[in-house]
Design a protein around this ligand. Structure first.
Ligand code: HEM
Length: 454
């Protein structure tokens, strides 16, 4: 059956408390109920899209009938402003055209060296036998990369300050993400004050960067420093030759930080967890890296010669998609798989659920990079694999993120093996991005050392 009505929830709140208590459990349960399942969040109907076909209709073929959801925008807008992630309609279309060229494959080739360099610098701080907090080590690397690829060296002096403020602001947004009932940001709770202070610090820093770079120039007169900011400063609308205002630039820069750092860090974190659990997979990855690279630093040109790394990353992003869900609101009455949705209906795209569907991915909880044969990929229904979303709102940093994750792994896995702290429990938690609930403490072992042989 296409539409399933979920059993009644609480009289006032509907199914919201269940979602808030454990969203991953909620989505797994919802997945079993049918292609599209209707729940209730307070007075609002909420439709969970489970089947690939329903997902494809919402994100791709009927994308024009949906906007990003008010809930997500409400949490993120104070931080990201009206950037690519949080805007809609004509404004979004214009910004997407201006921002996309900064992430085209040709442009991102120049970021490869930055990615390898920061991974290597971080690796130099790892000591044989020491314990690391894998999440924060990976975040450190991805934050450096996005700061450098985004702003070149303009923030080097302020980098520490910038990172602290971004992390502070994101951690509050993160706490608010699944909490549909929260204090509005203008109420001066301790948390809100922390959030607004971090945003004020960021605004000052970003404005300084924009002023320095602009230095009174516009459009083609701006020097190309090879970073994303140069592209954003030089970008102009086709129709009238207008560039971005300072406010638009600020919002897009914040968006790149907000969307482009933590997601990749979490993908890398999960990759290390999986490697620590599968000695056979780790051995095959080491073998490929050792054969192709022979101990040297990887380059972008090496990536096509590392097919196992590619399959491995695809499987990491399937079982542990950092963006485990995305949401939309219907902006007009629309049918999905023939099910009529009213204007303002809330829609949840069950990325986590569809990636674990046994009808699509046999034995779905088994981590198996070898399932990613070209034939298997061709046989996948549209809407069945979407770690980066799909349709017009697909992740603009998709190619950047994949290159980054592969290069960072290639640098680190050549030198180290990471082992989970004995007895530590790992389970996914539904924060803004999918993370290990109790963190991921790992013991570093230099490859080739006695510890790594054991
Ligand atoms: C593994 C890493 C990443 C994952 C899993 C990821 C995932 C996603 C997903 C699922 C969406 C679509 C959301 C929706 O449809 O509502 C998205 C959008 C977006 N991502 Fe990523 N992303 C990653 C890395 C990055 C990077 C590195 C950047 C930038 C440097 C970036 C920038 C963006 C932006 C700006 C959007 C909004 C695009 C639009 O709406 O036009 N992401 N991402």
């Amino acid at each position: 059956m296409t539409l399933t009505i979920a059993p009644r929830g609480q009289w006032l709140m509907g199914h919201m408390p269940q979602f808030q208590a454990d969203a991953l459990d909620f989505l797994t349960h919802a997945y079993r109920l049918g292609d599209i399942v209707r729940f209730r969040f307070g007075p609002f109907p909420l439709y969970v899209m489970n089947s690939p076909q329903a997902i494809h209709e919402v994100l791709v073929s009927k994308a024009a009938s949906f906007y990003k959801s008010r809930g997500t925008k409400g949490v993120l807008k104070p931080l990201l402003g009206t950037g690519l992630f949080t805007s809609d309609g004509e404004f979004w279309r214009g910004q997407r055209k201006l921002v996309s060229p900064a992430f085209h494959t040709k442009r991102i080739a120049r970021y490869a060296q930055i990615m390898v360099g920061f991974a290597s610098t971080q690796a130099d701080t790892w000591r044989d036998g020491a314990e690391i907090d894998t999440e924060s080590e990976m975040a450190e690397i991805t934050m450096h990369i996005i700061a450098k690829a985004g702003f070149d060296s303009d923030v080097t002096g302020d980098e520490h300050e910038l990172r602290g403020a971004v992390e502070e602001a994101l951690s509050v947004a993160d706490e608010n993400f699944n909490t549909l009932l929260r204090w509005p940001y203008w109420i001066p709770t301790a948390k809100n004050r922390r959030f607004l202070r971090a945003i004020a610090r960021l605004d000052t820093l970003i404005q300084r960067v924009i002023n320095d770079r602009r230095a009174g120039r516009t459009g083609a007169d701006i020097d190309d420093k090879g970073d994303a900011l140069s592209m954003l400063l030089a970008a102009v609308h086709d129709e009238d030759g207008r560039g971005m205002t300072d406010k638009q630039l600020r919002d897009e820069i914040m968006t790149l930080f907000g969307a482009g750092h933590e997601t990749t860090a979490k993908a890398l974190t999960w990759a290390w967890y999986v490697l620590s659990q599968h000695a056979d997979i780790q051995a095959r990855l080491h073998d490929e890296l050792d054969t192709v690279l022979g101990g040297r630093m990887p380059t972008m040109d090496d990536l096509p010669n590392l097919p196992y790394l590619d399959r491995f990353l695809k499987e990491v992003l399937r079982i542990y998609p950092p963006a485990w869900v995305t949401t939309r609101d219907a902006i007009e009455p629309v049918d999905v798989l023939g099910v009529p949705l009213k204007r303002s209906a809330i829609v949840i795209i069950n990325i986590y659920g569809v990636h674990r569907d046994p009808a699509i991915y046999p034995d779905p909880l088994r981590f198996d990079p070898d399932r990613w044969t070209p034939e298997f990929e061709r046989s996948l229904p549209k809407g069945a694999y979407l770690p980066f979303g799909s349709g017009p709102r697909v992740c603009v940093g998709n190619a950047f993120a994949q290159m980054e994750a592969k290069l960072v792994l290639a640098v680190l896995a050549q030198r180290f093996t990471l082992r989970l702290r004995p007895g530590h429990t790992v389970e996914p938690e539904d924060r803004f991005t999918l993370r290990p609930k109790f963190g991921l403490p790992m013991i570093v072992h230099k490859r080739g050392s006695d510890l790594a042989q054991r």
